[in-house]
Structures are given as structure tokens and as C-alpha cells.
Design a protein around this ligand. Structure first.
Ligand code: DGJ
Length: 449
């Protein structure tokens, strides 16, 4: 047992803050306003006699600020036992739920694999909530881009675009489809990648993350609950070409993914280039006792992904820097300015950014990408980063942003972690002067003072 854990122990029983084993299998983690939310399959019932399945209980949610101690927020999308036709009926299949926050609508959107016992129905279900703790309202299921849909994940890019990534065409490809702006529809532009003849080499359990402007897709083979060898692929664009890279796992039983199957890759907020790869160690004969294997990702200089086995590890090693981590700390971000030194900057308001903020309510927004979106739509030309660590900062700036000023708030330290690329400023000549930081106040700035 691992009650009130102080370290990660992959494969150990992991209890929530009530001392109960966590029920969030095939899950994913969303970070929102300083809190991690872990959604997954609740399998807390006995296996149906003589089978390797349990009745659907629903989707659980747990919350945590430290990734170790998780509070049970309850079953946020429960099964519907009263209606045998419901896609959420206990005799159906509801697997691999993943949740994204949509900054435009303010809603939390859950996608999940919906199926029937024989896995012939193969659809993607969607549910929506006003709060991360639910309750989620089930909206129904679709066949994205007219294909079947099995193991799935979702991925949200820095610019707010989101993608559904799912096994299609009877286990012969992974389909990546751009979701609609509200994340509720999966009928946008799409590609079919990682094509295989079928099981066991067909890819399942896709998990996507982005590091330094590059996309990574980790997946398993197709052997039911039995473990197999993981594989990852990389791409420069979500809808671009994906190149297979091989097995990222190293150490004992790496060719069996440490007797587990990946489900999600979690970027650690406040970490230095830190990602946790989440796996499920399935127990087909007692699925409720399936365990979690969470391991830190490592990267070579060339960006190759490595996931070494560890018996035990501490989350602090991610937040306080690991040998593979790279952090750039700045107290000022230079940007090109359209006004000359000595000029009085006209009174403007600024868009404040704070990693612990929210992209959907008043006050500081949480991401630089969202601030850029607001700047473009409102004409506000100043973005102020408040103290904190900004994960995977990657902005594509265009000509319309040439007079945008991005600066750190006075006396505060801003750390850009991960893909800290601010691209688009081509002019680094004489007219690219340092951004004025000392004395910055909301509203005005007098260069002569
Ligand atoms: C493998 C999938 O990845 C799991 O989510 C689950 O559907 C099992 N197959 C069922 O055998």
C-alpha cells in the first residue's frame, strides 16, 4: 500500500487522500488553474464471472496539486444502468477518457472510446462540463471522419487548436483529426498515419505531447490487456508526417513496456522540461486492481525520448531539475518595438499572464498563446508576464505583432520551460531594443524618467 505517498512507486497500490485505491484507468491528466485533474475509467467492481471485463461504472476524476496526493472528486460521468440503449449502460464499453479545457467556450470537453462488448461498435463519445469536477453531460458519439474509432486521446496545441487521435480502420492506422473550435466535433482536417496490417503491430493507446516545437506520439501494439512493446513517433506538425522511432522504454522488461501500456504523457507544470509518461499495468482477471506506472521522460540532446524504469522516484527531481532538463531563466524578454526610445508610450492597458491564471475569466490569462490571441483581437499591444514558469512557450508571431511588447513584470522572474521559442521576429537589428522592465506600471511608461 502507498497511503499518503511521498514518492512515486510505479506498480504499487496508489491510494487517494481517503485511503482508497485510485480508480482512474486508461486515463489522462489535465492541468487547470494550478490543479491537476486526473480522469480515468472507474473499474471498482468485480470482473464479470469468467471474463476479462467489468461493467461500466463511469469516469472518475481526482484532483491534486503535487501529482502524488489525489482527492477523489467522484464519478463525473456515471454509467446509465436504467437505459439498456444508452452508450453509457454498464454492459457497454467506456474507455480512455481524456479532457481538455476550451478557452473560447469556457467548457471542459471529454472524449472517450465508446464500444460494445465485442468492440464492433467503435465510436468516439463526447461529454461536456462547466467545471473540471463535473458533472459531465454526455452528448453522444461519432465516427470521426467516417471511420471507426477505438483507443483515443486528445491533444491541445499552444495556439488552442485541439486534435483527436484515435485508432481507426479496424486497427490499421492512427487517425489525427482537428477538432472544431469548441472541441465538440471531430470532422475537420485529418491524416491517417502509422499504418499497419493489423494486430499485433497496429497501434493502440495513443498519447501525444509536444516538446520544443516537436510532436511525440507514444503508442502500444495490439494485444488486448497483455503487454507488448511500446513505440514512439515524431512529427513537426500534428497533421504532417510521422516518423517511427522505436521503443522508448529501457531497463528490465522494456520490451514488454514494464508489463504495462501507456495512456497519457503529462507535462509537469513548474517542471524543467519535465514530462511524466503514464502507463496502466492491467490485471485482466481483476481489472479493478490494475495498477499505475508513472515514469519520467528523458530526452537526449537530439530529442530522442527515453523512459527508463525506476523502482521509486521523486516528483521533486522534475521540478528542481533533472540531468536531462534545460531551463532558460529570464527577467526580461526583448521584443521589437515600433516606438523610439525617449517617446512617451501612449496609455494602454496590458494583458497580464500568469501560469496559475485562467484563460476564461477576468484577471490574468494562463498562457502566452491566449494573451497573443487577445492582443490580436483587441489591439492591446502589451503583454506582461507575471512571475512563474511558462511551459512549452512557442509562439508564431506575424507582421501584425511587430509592435507587440512582451515583458516581465517588475522585479519578477519568468522562467520559460520546454519549447521556449518565440518565432517570427526576423528583425534583430538596431531597432530591436531591449524591453523596458524597471518601473513598469500598469497603463503608462515614460521612457524619459
Ligand atoms: C487494449 C486497449 O488499449 C484497452 O483500452 C482495452 O480496450 C483493451 N485492449 C481490451 O482488451
Amino acid at each position: 500500500m502507498n497511503p499518503s505517498p511521498s514518492s512515486m512507486r510505479p506498480g504499487a497500490v496508489w491510494c487517494d487522500t481517503d485511503g482508497q485505491p485510485i480508480q482512474a484507468h486508461g486515463g489522462g491528466v489535465m492541468f487547470h488553474q494550478g490543479v491537476y485533474y486526473w480522469y480515468g475509467e472507474n473499474k471498482d467492481v468485480p470482473n464479470m464471472p469468467g471474463t476479462e471485463r467489468v461493467e461500466v461504472v463511469g469516469v472518475s476524476c481526482y484532483s491534486s496539486r503535487d501529482l502524488l496526493n489525489w482527492k477523489n472528486e467522484g464519478v463525473v460521468l456515471p454509467a446509465v444502468p436504467d437505459d439498456p440503449d444508452s452508450e453509457l449502460h454498464p454492459l457497454k464499453v467506456v474507455e480512455r477518457p481524456k479532457v481538455l479545457h476550451n478557452a473560447r467556450t469556457g467548457k471542459f470537453v471529454m472524449w472517450m472510446h465508446i464500444d460494445e462488448i465485442g468492440y464492433q461498435y467503435a465510436r468516439a463519445g463526447v461529454a461536456v462540463a462547466d467545471r473540471p469536477e463535473g458533472p459531465f453531460t454526455y452528448l453522444g458519439s461519432v465516427r470521426p471522419c467516417d471511420a471507426d474509432s477505438r483507443d483515443l486521446t486528445v491533444f491541445q496545441d499552444d495556439d488552442g487548436a485541439a486534435y483527436l487521435v484515435t485508432g481507426v480502420l479496424w486497427h490499421s492506422a492512427i487517425q489525427i483529426v482537428r477538432l472544431s473550435d469548441d472541441y465538440l466535433r471531430a470532422d475537420g482536417e485529418f491524416v491517417r498515419v502509422l499504418q499497419r496490417p493489423g494486430p499485433p503491430t497496429a497501434r493502440e493507446s495513443p498519447a501525444v505531447f509536444k516538446r520544443r516545437g516537436r510532436y511525440y506520439l507514444v503508442s502500444s501494439g495490439t494485444t488486448g490487456w497483455k503487454p507488448n512493446e511500446a513505440e514512439y513517433a515524431v512529427a513537426d506538425r500534428m497533421l504532417g508526417e510521422w516518423t517511427t522511432q522505436g521503443n522508448p522504454c529501457t531497463g528490465p522488461d522494456a520490451e514488454l513496456t514494464f508489463h504495462a501500456q501507456n495512456t497519457h504523457v503529462l507535462p509537469v507544470a513548474g517542471g524543467d522540461d519535465a514530462f511524466i509518461v503514464m502507463f496502466d499495468r492491467w490485471n485482466p482477471h481483476n481489472l479493478r486492481d490494475s495498477r499505475y506506472v508513472w515514469l519520467p521522460a528523458e530526452f537526449s540532446e537530439a530529442g530522442e525520448l527515453r523512459i527508463p524504469w525506476r523502482d521509486e522516484w521523486s516528483v521533486e527531481m522534475l521540478t528542481k531539475g533533472s540531468p536531462m532538463a534545460e531551463t532558460v531563466t529570464v527577467d526580461r524578454i526583448d521584443s521589437r518595438q515600433a516606438y523610439a526610445e525617449g517617446e512617451v508610450l501612449r496609455k494602454t492597458s496590458a494583458i497580464y499572464v500568469n501560469p496559475a491564471g485562467s484563460d476564461d475569466c477576468e484577471g490574468p490569462v494562463a498562457t502566452l498563446a491566449r494573451a497573443l490571441e487577445i492582443a490580436r483581437s483587441t489591439g492591446v499591444r502589451r503583454i506582461v508576464l507575471q512571475a512563474g514558469r511558462y511551459m512549452d512557450v512557442a509562439l508564431q508571431l506575424g507582421p501584425q505583432d511587430s509592435d507587440l511588447v512582451i515583458e516581465a513584470a517588475e522585479g519578477e522572474t519568468v522562467t520559460l520551460v520546454g519549447g521556449h521559442v518565440l518565432t517570427g521576429w526576423t528583425d534583430e537589428g538596431d531597432d530591436c531594443i531591449a524591453c523596458p522592465v524597471p518601473g513598469v506600471r500598469e497603463g503608462t511608461r515614460d521612457f524619459r524618467s
